[in-house]
Write a protein that binds this ligand. Sequence first.
Ligand SMILES: [Fe+2]
Length: 494
Amino acid sequence: MGGVQSVCLRLFRPLDFLLDVIQARAWKVDNAKNTFLLGNYGPVEKELFEKNLNVVGNIPAELVGEFVRNGPNPQTIPRGGYHWFDGDGMLHGVRINPDGTVNYVNRLTDTNRLKLEKSVGSSLIPRIGEMKGKSGLSKLMAYALKTSLRLVNLNKGVGSANTAVQFHDGKLLALVENDHPYAIRVLQDGQFETIGRHSYGGKLKHTFTAHPKIDAETNELIFFGYQLHAKPYCTYSVASADGELLFSTDLGLKQAVMMHDFAITKEYSLFLDFPLEFHPKEMCSSPSYSAFRFVDRPCRIGVVPRHCANAEEEARWFEFRPGYVFHTMNAWVDEDSQEIVLYACRSNRVQLDSFSRQWELARAEEEESGANDKVFEEDTTPYPHVYRMNLKTGATTERALCTEESGRRMGCEFPTINPFCVAERTDMSIWHTWIWIAKTQPSRESLRLILSRTAKWLVKLTLEKESTEESACLCPETTPSNPSSWRTKTMGIC
Ligand SMILES: [Fe+2]
């Protein structure tokens, strides 16, 4: 960053500080009590590389490679508020070597946002946790002024690369949904080096979901990106197996929404126009939140051919009752009924700032009474759900996928499927088609593994009290060329 640019940004610091203080007082923000800055969620202060870790138990001889976890690890924390999604991306790697030795490494991804904020010594890019009230709107306006003065170059990206990773075309991609991917080099000993912001040779013109899909047969990378401030609100793209961006096409959305995930079948891509909408002006009037508002209108699922020149023209939309889906499990076309089937984790409604409130409430209740599940019996709990769209008639149906023996819905999130079974028929699957679902509630019996065909419990794991659940990594033992011998190993960290 140039000297003049740096000086100009520093001139904004009194205003930034004032808005921070006003916001913190108005919202009674106390970062010292923020769940997502404490315990297992708390920032990791040091970057480490440790070789020859002590291994408890036995690692299967055929399990060789690196388990990589991505997550937010804030380097600067605004006084006005911190949200779970706001931290800078840090990769953690557990390298299992062919000789059975294990290394550990953690590294911050060297994003342009991190470099810029390091250079001025403070937070510059507005966080989700700050987008509330008049002070939040003032922060957004101050940020808009900085960008219009070219003190922050939006062309270089402002993402934190903090959400997920995807390996494709020989590159590890660190992902966040408001920016391009960051390409990461993984060294032989397991260490990470940030190569840089990956733009497919300058062809990529939109943001990039944290949950792209890979077709196991074609090795294509299928993805989308959404933006909030202007059309196109959502753009769909496909990259070939060797990393060439084949096309990008506007989905034609009329309203900006938070679209975190999507799904693919062998023939189609499915987009979730669900009613978590972006209404920044309401930051001034809403008593509880924020620029994102859950609106009482139908959910729409857009079905687009895998390869298409004009998604807006070719999309076919199916409507469902209001609700929200952060994460999908799998989708496929049922050849018998000519229905597209989508499994997902659905909640009746969603409110972005409810994450921290729920967890604060849970912690308090659990400490007080030892209770766990009851705290979360409310509309915002996601549970397994199936959507069906008839391609012949246009008819739709939906239902909860399974319930516990008591008849209660089974809260769940962060589904993970065997990567070779993406877009494969899951409900008629043979035994290798596993889905891992982490339960949302912070209770001791927190991780659950279900067999998708029967939707019955198979495993409950008991965790330490302060542990929290995340996506697991399912490692097929052999390649798809011999599916009858597939066995799946599950690795997870807490
Ligand atoms: Fe996600």
